[in-house]
Design a protein around this ligand. Structure first.
Ligand SMILES: *Cc1c(COP(=O)(O)O)cnc(C)c1O
Length: 405
């Protein structure tokens, strides 16, 4: 028998990753306090850092009404989800959240999922199959790629933010159903998809446009309705969209919102909806409180936008080269992985937590610091980060990292 040994294979793979410095480690957070968090160091000593790599854009994750809603519901209804939605897990708290999101976004229908990752698997798996095509931006989130694989449809990826390429790919697949899927705000780049043009492409090609608005919801548009509202589009142009609750809304879970027939089809047939336990009602209550705050508290978006502008203006002064982005995701391109890692380490020594994002999460040669801003930051926090970034960059240029990193 020539069967390959699984343990031997994964050991060899790990050695290769180690040689490429691609071992991923998790860092334990001991406490969070707004934008500050206490993190366990590699030396076993915890340290407080100013966090610039979370997705809590509106600063809602520790807002007292959000945490309080979770606490209240948990004390009455318990901690668990009990069963899947179609058995006996569906709770009035889930439905209240779905109604609120649908009303907020001005769409007929909404369905709550365990997470954004599951929701993307569900949408693609339930809508597409063999003979169909899913056309996607090359920089789309991994969950959209995985969803297409689960669906068993053809997957075509077009160059980033290129609607004409999307059009060509749809033309090249004239038979079978077509879904055109894009991130609304690209998670590692921070730029906004050309949604108006993509909507036009979808219309002329009779494809269904699906927008994953994980990073746009709460942040962009009137009342934080996201990138679709920001582009002046409605649910006729975008029949289905993903709203995640774990980022700007500071909670957990995700909602797919849009046309009633499509949403009902998901609820009745999508495997990642049916074969999983419902979110705890307490989590849904927290999300509902967060949505209400995100809609009403415009100052969070205004403060965030002002911090983004302040950061970009400061970066220009310090000659730090940011990718073009007007969203809270402000990547600083490093190119080489070692440079991104060294910059992140230098920032940590100065008290800042910024994630180095490396391949395969981003394309080869485009390692970066993914800096994210939040309404929980202050202007002084942003100014201090800029100084620290400039210092880290100057060290890198002087080649100091070789000895200190
Ligand atoms: C985070 C993210 C998801 C997954 O959402 P979770 O709720 O974290 O599972 C999906 N799409 C994009 C673009 C994301 O950034």
């Amino acid at each position: 028998m020539a069967r390959e040994s699984l343990p031997a294979r994964i050991a060899a793979q790990r050695e290769r990753r180690a040689a490429e410095q691609r071992i991923r480690v998790r860092r334990s957070v001991l406490h969070r306090d707004g934008a500050r968090c206490e993190v366990m160091g590699a030396d076993g000593v915890p340290r407080w850092l100013l966090n610039f790599c979370g997705n809590d854009y509106l600063g809602l994750s520790q807002q007292f009404a959000v945490a309080g809603a979770l606490q209240d519901m948990a004390s009455r209804e318990g901690a668990g989800g009990v069963a899947s939605h179609l058995v006996c897990g569906h709770h009035a708290a889930h439905e209240a959240l779905e109604r609120e999101v649908a009303e907020w976004l001005g769409v007929p229908s909404a369905l709550l999922f365990g997470s954004g990752y599951l929701a993307n698997l569900a949408v693609l798996q339930a809508l597409l199959g063999k003979g169909d095509v899913c056309v996607q931006d090359r920089l789309n989130h991994a969950s959209l790629i995985d969803g297409a694989q689960l669906a068993g449809c053809a997957l075509r990826r077009y160059p980033h933010a290129d609607p004409e390429a999307a059009l060509r790919q749809l033309r090249g697949w004239p038979d079978g159903a077509a879904l055109l899927a894009t991130d609304g705000v690209f998670s590692m780049d921070g730029d906004i998809a050309p949604l108006k043009q993509l909507a036009l492409v979808a219309r002329v090609q009779r494809a269904t446009l699906y927008v994953d608005d994980a990073h746009g919801i709460g942040v962009l548009g009137e009342e934080g309705r996201g990138s679709i509202d920001d582009a002046g589009l409605d649910s006729a142009a975008v029949p289905l969209r993903l709203v995640t609750l774990g980022k700007a809304l500071g909670s957990y879970g995700a909602v797919v919102a849009g046309e009633a027939d499509l949403v009902r089809h998901l609820a009745e047939t999508a495997r990642p909806y049916i074969y999983t336990t419902a979110l705890p009602p307490a989590q849904a209550a927290a999300s509902l409180a967060a949505v209400k705050l995100a809609r009403r508290e415009h100052w969070r978006r205004e403060k965030l936008a002002a911090l983004v502008q302040r950061f970009r203006a400061g970066a220009r002064r310090h000659e730090l080269e940011l990718l073009p982005s007007d969203t809270p995701i402000q990547p600083l391109l490093c190119g080489a992985e070692a440079d991104a890692l060294a910059m992140a380490a230098a920032l940590e020594r100065q008290g800042f937590w910024v994630a180095a994002i490396r391949p395969p999460t981003v394309p080869e040669g485009s390692a970066r610091l993914r800096i994210t801003l939040s309404a929980a930051h202050t202007e002084a926090d942003v100014d201090k980060l800029l100084d620290a970034l400039a210092r880290a960059r100057d060290y890198a240029r002087a080649g100091v990292f070789a000895t200190t990193a």
